[in-house]
Design a binder for this molecule. Structure first.
Ligand SMILES: CC(C)(COP(=O)(O)OP(=O)(O)OC[C@H]1O[C@@H](n2cnc3c(N)ncnc32)[C@H](O)[C@@H]1OP(=O)(O)O)[C@@H](O)C(=O)NCCC(=O)NCCS
Length: 155
């Protein structure tokens, strides 16, 4: 994957089953504790909103969201490390939130590690506020790490 992709044509489109292996390569490169392929396939199977940002012949990033009962939950937002810092995470997040609004969601929720500075900064810039904590939510090398719960009013 090229490190600088801003001049390359890219498209955002719904994820397909055939995208799962490429999405898993991004997932494993980006997270110390990645989702399994089975989790990603389940998200597609149950009809969660799964979108990819792709360049010719490759996937740069993707997002997964559930929308129900007037709320959406951003379940995953992931950009390949070599493509980070070029605005792709923000693009994917904004697309998911636009879809949530079109489905009449009025609030968006997500969880993030307090140590995840880039994700936390992105969410704050997009208007998310901290609304709570889930104790010991994430695995960490020396035990568990809390999750910060963030919310955004989509009205
Ligand atoms: C979090 C993540 C999705 C952000 O995607 P990205 O494409 O790198 O982010 P963008 O280029 O769109 O940056 C958007 C904003 O986030 C902030 N940001 C991004 N990277 C940052 C960093 N390393 N340090 C501080 N702020 C950062 C900046 O404020 C940036 O806005 P700006 O460029 O206008 O200043 C990406 O880093 C990633 O996939 N991380 C690994 C997986 C992960 O942690 N996902 C989130 C789970 S909750």
């Amino acid at each position: 994957m090229s490190a600088v992709l801003k001049d390359v044509g890219f498209v955002m489109r719904p994820m397909r089953e055939a995208d799962v292996p490429a999405a898993m390569r991004v997932e494993k490169a980006a997270y110390p504790y990645p989702w399994t392929e089975a989790i990603l396939r389940d998200c597609l199977r149950v009809g969660y909103c799964c979108w990819v940002l792709s360049v010719p012949k490759d996937i740069v990033g993707y997002g997964v969201m559930s929308v129900a009962a007037g709320e959406c939950h951003i379940l995953n937002l992931c950009v390949h490390p070599e493509a980070q810092g070029q605005g792709f995470g923000r693009r994917i997040l904004r697309r998911l939130l636009a879809i949530a609004r079109s489905r009449d969601a009025d609030t968006a929720f997500l969880e993030v590690r307090p140590s995840n500075r880039s994700a936390h900064a992105l969410y704050r810039l997009e208007g998310f506020c901290e609304v709570g904590t889930r104790r010991g939510y994430y695995p960490r090398e020396d035990g568990r790490e809390d999750a910060v719960i963030m919310a955004l009013n989509l009205g």
